[in-house]
Design a binder for this molecule. Structure first.
Ligand code: GUN
Ligand code: FE
Length: 422
C-alpha cells in the first residue's frame, strides 16, 4: 500500500486555486497521501514508483447524490417534470427491485460502470426493498468503491406497488437492514434515507429520527427541488416554516447529524441560513435540475456562504454518471443563472467546479478529495488518448478540456484509499 505515482498532478486545496505540478511525485503510505513533490525526497527513494509521465493525475471524484436503481433507465422519459416523472418512470422502475434476481442483474451493470468511472466515493439511494439493497451493498463492497447506501423509506403518497405498509413497518425494515448490513462491510456503510417529505409520514420521520440517534447514522434526502413539490410539503406539514424545517423539526437536518440534501434549487433565505448554521451538505445536481425543469440552484450564493457542497449526478434525473460532466454542467447552468436570473452572481470557474467534484463533496467522507498531506489516497490517472492535441497545453488547460470532452470518463488507473481498482 506504499507507492509513488509520477505524472502531471493536479488538485484543489481550496475552491479558488488549483495546484499543479508537472512531472511530480505523489507519495501514498498506508492509504494516505504523504505529499506531492517536484523532486522525490531521498527518504521515499525505496518506494515503488509507478511512472505515468505525461499523464494527468487527479483526486478521485465524489458523487454526493445518485439513485442506483435508476441507472438502467437513464436517458429515457426525459420530457417530464419531477412529480410526473416519479409517478410514470421512477416508481414503476424501482418496483422491479422487488425481484432480487432482476436487482442483481441491474445493480451489476450499475456497479461495473461506476467502478470504471472517475467516481471513487458515492452517496446513493437504493429502493425500499431490503434484499435488493443488500445485493447492491455486496456488489459495491466487492468493487472496492467506498459508498454510503440508503434503503429508501416511503410510507405515503406512493403507489401501492412501491409503498411500505405503515410507519412502523418501514422503521422495522430499517432496523433489520441495519442489523444485517450496518457492520458487514468495511467500505460500504448505511445512510438513513427518507425519500423526501411527501413520501414520509410525520410518524415515520419521528421513528427515523429515533433510529438515527440509536445508530448514529448520517442522513440523505431531497430538498426544495421543484415548485410543485415545495407547495405540497407546505400542505403536508403546515406547521413547518419552510421545507427544510420539516426535516429540522424532527432533528434530521445537520447539526450533530451529518446530512446531505439534494438540489436546494429554490431554498429561501431562512432555509439557506439554517443549512449554513447546521452544516448541511448540498448536493448540487445541475443536469437533473435541467432535465426535470427544476431550475438553477444559486451555487455562487452557497459558495459565498461557505455551506458545504458537492456535486451529484442524480441519475436518472441526470442521465450520466460522470462527475466530470457534472462539473461542466455546473459551470454552464451557473452562466445561465448569471445571464437570466441574477447578473450579480458570478458564474462558477473551472477551479470551483473541480473543487466541488473533488474536495467539496469528498469532505463528507472525511479527509477525501485532495492530495493535501493526510488525505485518503483516492487518485485517477486520466486517459487523454481519445482527445489528442497538437499544441502545447498547460496542466490547467488539459484538465479543463478533459472536464468538457471526456464523455464517458476515460480513466487509465484508479486508486481508492490507496487500493488500486485497475
Ligand atoms: N424526489 C423524490 N424522489 C426523487 C427521485 O427519485 N429523484 C429526484 N430527482 N427527486 C426526487
Ligand atoms: Fe434524487
Amino acid at each position: 500500500m506504499n507507492f509513488v505515482l509520477k505524472g502531471d498532478i493536479c488538485w484543489s486545496h481550496d475552491a479558488q486555486h488549483l495546484n499543479t505540478i508537472k512531472d511530480g511525485f505523489l507519495v501514498c503510505e498506508g492509504g494516505i497521501v504523504t505529499g506531492v513533490f517536484k523532486n522525490l525526497p531521498e527518504k521515499y527513494a525505496g518506494l515503488p514508483v509507478e511512472d505515468y509521465s505525461g499523464k494527468l493525475i487527479v483526486p478521485g471524484l465524489t458523487d454526493l447524490h445518485i439513485h442506483a436503481p435508476q441507472y438502467v433507465f437513464r436517458g429515457m422519459k426525459m420530457d417530464l417534470e419531477l412529480l410526473e416523472w416519479l409517478n410514470t418512470s421512477a416508481f414503476p422502475e424501482e418496483a422491479k427491485y422487488q425481484d432480487t434476481e432482476y436487482a442483481r442483474r441491474a445493480y451489476r451493470i450499475f456497479v461495473d460502470d461506476l467502478r470504471k468511472s472517475g467516481t471513487t466515493r458515492c452517496c446513493m439511494f437504493a429502493t425500499l426493498h431490503l434484499p435488493a439493497t443488500k445485493v447492491l451493498m455486496e456488489l459495491l463492497e466487492e468493487s472496492g468503491q467506498i459508498s454510503y447506501v440508503g434503503k429508501v423509506n416511503m410510507d405515503r403518497n406512493s403507489p401501492d406497488y412501491l409503498c411500505e405498509e405503515s410507519a412502523e413497518a418501514s422503521a422495522e425494515a430499517t432496523v433489520q437492514w441495519l442489523a444485517e448490513t450496518g457492520k458487514a462491510f468495511p467500505r460500504t456503510k448505511p445512510i438513513l434515507t427518507p425519500r423526501f417529505i411527501p413520501s414520509c409520514s410525520d410518524e415515520l420521520m419521528e421513528r427515523l429520527a429515533a433510529i438515527q440517534k440509536e445508530y448514529n447514522l448520517p442522513v440523505q434526502s431531497h430538498l426544495s427541488e421543484n415548485h410543485g413539490e415545495i407547495s405540497w410539503v407546505q400542505e403536508l406539514v403546515p406547521e413547518s416554516r419552510f421545507y427544510g424545517d420539516a426535516y429540522d423539526r424532527v432533528g434530521l437536518f445537520g447539526g450533530n447529524v451529518p446530512t446531505i440534501m439534494a438540489h436546494c434549487v429554490h431554498s429561501g433565505e431562512e432555509e439557506t441560513e439554517l443549512m449554513k448554521k447546521r452544516g448541511v451538505y448540498i448536493a448540487h445536481c445541475p443536469q437533473s435540475n435541467t432535465n426535470l425543469m427544476s431550475g438553477i440552484a444559486p451555487v455562487r450564493t452557497y459558495l459565498e456562504k461557505e455551506i458545504p457542497m458537492g456535486l451529484g449526478s442524480d441519475v436518472a434525473g441526470g442521465a450520466v454518471l460522470s462527475i466530470f460532466r457534472a462539473m461542466a454542467d455546473a459551470i454552464q447552468v451557473s452562466k445561465l443563472r448569471a445571464v437570466l436570473v441574477d447578473h450579480n452572481l458570478k458564474p462558477l470557474t473551472m477551479a470551483e467546479a473541480f473543487f466541488l467534484g473533488t474536495k467539496g463533496g469528498g469532505s463528507f467522507f472525511g479527509k477525501v478529495g485532495s492530495f493535501d498531506a493526510g488525505y485518503e489516497c483516492d487518485a485517477l490517472v486520466l486517459d487523454e488518448g481519445k482527445i489528442p492535441y497538437p499544441q502545447e497545453l498547460t496542466i490547467e488547460e488539459r484538465l479543463e478540456r478533459f472536464i468538457y470532452l471526456s464523455g464517458n470518463d476515460d480513466i487509465l488507473h484508479k486508486f481508492v484509499k490507496g487500493r488500486r481498482l485497475f
